[in-house]
Design a binder for this molecule. Structure first.
Ligand code: SAM
Length: 287
């Protein structure tokens, strides 16, 4: 039974022959920027939907899962995060979560495509509500070049909220990029990157662990969480640090002065508990 594409949006299928569809109420926006094709749809059950080059980026209904898990674990793992860099993140959902942390003094967001942020301002205003925070700087440039040119030791946390490793984002999954981030991070600096699905993309995950360790990070930790609109509905982000991780600021996470819908100290702890197939794969790389 083929779905009527006037009533349904269906994502580009994965290499495993899976896909995901959402019933739409209409197309709200479409543009071809110099970097990618951006589409926005209204949906029956998930609010607005943003698509880039045929891949689902986010919906109004469930983006909090991803944005909270990309921002809060790394910030509560760093001892005192003040200077944050976000690479990608053009929809501004991650930026909003980072700015909830009162100790953060400055966030620079570097997305290659201003079209994504302009579309988010129109169709996901709730994600852009903190964009005028005096601590936030929005830049539109290639994140790869940005970190190449960054002053050594200038960031406490780098968050890579990128598209899948295709097109302009390919280089964001490479050892040279992780090495440039290593140099741009302070001594107790941490990078975190969205690292795809453990069910469908274990090769990307193991390659990332290898590339991060090859770039000089002493420790690498993957966290997993649900993300229904992404392929398989099971997602991850991966942190890497210059020194061995020693847990996270549990008391601060428990006493967090801001609301979240998914993240909590217990969820953080649980997200670090990996199933055997992942644990064994990553332990082999760690040696
Ligand atoms: N949550 C989404 C996901 O996991 O696929 C990612 C959201 S965000 C929209 C992804 C962003 O990465 C896009 O806005 C895109 O423009 C940006 N991006 C891709 N390659 C980039 C690069 N080399 N430098 C900076 N931003 C980049």
């Amino acid at each position: 039974m083929a779905l009527d594409d006037t009533l349904w949006f269906t994502e580009n299928p994965t290499a495993d022959g899976s896909t995901f569809s959402l019933k739409i109420t209409g197309k709200l926006h479409e543009e071809q920027t110099p970097f990618q094709k951006i589409e926005v749809y209204g949906t029956e059950g998930f609010g607005n939907l943003m698509v880039i080059d045929g891949y689902i980026m986010l919906t109004a209904r469930d983006n909090y899962l991803y944005h909270e898990m990309l921002a809060h674990p790394v910030l509560f793992t760093h001892p005192n995060p003040k200077r944050v860099l976000i690479i990608g993140g053009g929809d501004c959902g991650t930026l909003r979560e980072v700015l909830r942390h009162p100790e953060v003094a400055q966030v620079q967001q570097v997305d290659i495509d201003a079209g994504v942020t302009r579309a988010a301002e129109r169709f996901f205003p709730e994600l852009c509500e903190s964009n005028n925070d005096p601590r936030a700087e929005l830049h539109f440039a290639d994140g790869i070049q940005w970190v190449q040119e960054a002053t050594p030791g200038s960031y406490d946390v780098i968050i890579v909220d990128s598209t899948d490793p295709v097109g302009p984002a390919i280089g964001l999954f490479s050892e040279p990029f992780f090495r440039d981030c290593h140099r741009a991070l302070g001594d107790d600096g941490i990078i975190v990157q969205q690292s795809e699905s453990p069910l469908l993309n274990m090769q990307i995950l193991t390659d990332m662990h290898k590339a991060m360790r090859g770039a000089g990070y002493a420790d690498v930790q993957t966290l997993h969480f649900p993300q229904p609109v992404y392929p398989s509905g099971w997602w991850t982000c991966t942190m890497a640090a210059k020194h061995a991780f020693k847990g996270f600021r549990i008391a601060d996470a428990v006493a967090k002065p801001f609301p979240t819908r998914y993240y909590s100290a217990e969820v953080h702890q649980g997200a670090l508990a990996l199933p055997p197939f992942m644990k064994e794969a990553f332990a082999k790389i760690a040696g």
